[in-house]
Design a binder for this molecule. Sequence first.
Ligand SMILES: Nc1nc2c(ncn2[C@@H]2O[C@H](COP(=O)(O)OP(=O)(O)OP(=O)(O)O)[C@@H](O)[C@H]2O)c(=O)[nH]1
Ligand SMILES: [Mg+2]
Length: 414
Amino acid sequence: MIVGGILCLIVSVFISSSSYDFLGSSNIIPNIKSEAKSISDTEMNNIDDEVLTISDLSFLPDTGIYHTKNRTQIGNENATFYILVRNSELQETLKIMREIEDRFNKQYRYPWTFLNDVPFTEEFKRLTTGIASGKTEYGLIPTNFWSIPDFIDENVFEEARNDYERRGVIYGGSISYRHMCRFNSGFFFRHELMLKYEWYWRVEPGTRFYCDQNYDPFTFMRENNKTYGFVISIPEYEDTIPTLWDTAEEFFNANKNFLASNNAAQFILDKSTVRPDDYYVQSKSKYNLCHFWSNFEIGNLNFFRSELYLKYFDFLDKRGGFFYERWGDAPVHTIALTMMLNRSEIHHFADIGYKHPPYYRCPHDEASYSSGRCYCDENPASNIDFQPFSCLPKWWLHGGRHFLYKYHDELLLM
Ligand SMILES: Nc1nc2c(ncn2[C@@H]2O[C@H](COP(=O)(O)OP(=O)(O)OP(=O)(O)O)[C@@H](O)[C@H]2O)c(=O)[nH]1
Ligand SMILES: [Mg+2]
């Protein structure tokens, strides 16, 4: 279109249905309303209200962010991706979103829910909304979900942090890490943006997703009476949870009716080795330290919102271990799940390839690769499932399933 002797490419942009106003903060492409003064009134009326121009003709965008995106959900479940994230982790967030969108979500358009203890920047919202195929929502975490409660003695807490730091325990001196773990243990499912959902898929920046997800995992969970799904299981650092098991055991002893009749308690209590080379856990408590790695989770939010779980969380919280020690959300979730659910309600996604550095796992079957479903650019020898410290064999044993594993180049079926 020629306007005042200047060739301009006119691109219409409509406000998306996302709760984030894409145009409101866009500063990548200049809005030409002011530049387009020479367009006649008639012409102007024919142009949509929001008009952008790109004067570089060597750049011809095809589809995508310049056009209206239909963000209407296609998937059938009441579900969201959940990501707690800092503004500074934007690039790592875009990368994993791109993978999940390409390998799964662009065919389902489930919404994304981003939470943060400080407001998200406009840049963060604009670029993540750009990648998302579904709607996006950005929430601020209320102070009471992310602060030191009154019942915590600040002097004892400071001493504990200094001690953890002296001993070099990972994140042992960090206050924000403790808030993060406590939030993911007891509050994320109660955030106002999460209340409307039944299912969540937790995503972390910097992770990888290696395989096409050719079915809806939320539907799979619902149809098969699953409450919680994981991909990797390893032992926790004992120094971070010296009194967690004893505290949880005290709770369950006082609330025996909370225990599921066919629970997976043996998965976290059995200290024997399963494979010949397995690492023998020598923890001080009865807990073998095995936990479902919580940086990837697909779960039912109603479990965490249940009276059982909330009572459990509150009991743990009041003991102060999220602050005086450094209790992680992964062992806190795992203990609750393995005690309060029947083991059939917990699912290992053996078909998912996933990495949270430094560990990864990819499916073990040949067809996942010969079909092109998975591309796993990792050293197969370091697949966490085959390492002596993986808790997966124990899960298969106590989850009631056979475990096919690679040991000394032979495939053995247990
Ligand atoms: N908004 C916000 N998000 C945080 C904060 N600390 C951690 N997170 C997020 O919480 C999740 C877990 O934090 P990480 O620092 O990755 O914890 P981790 O996985 O145990 O540790 P790494 O091995 O370093 O990844 C990530 O999605 C982080 O982006 C924080 O202070 N503020
Ligand atoms: Mg992480």
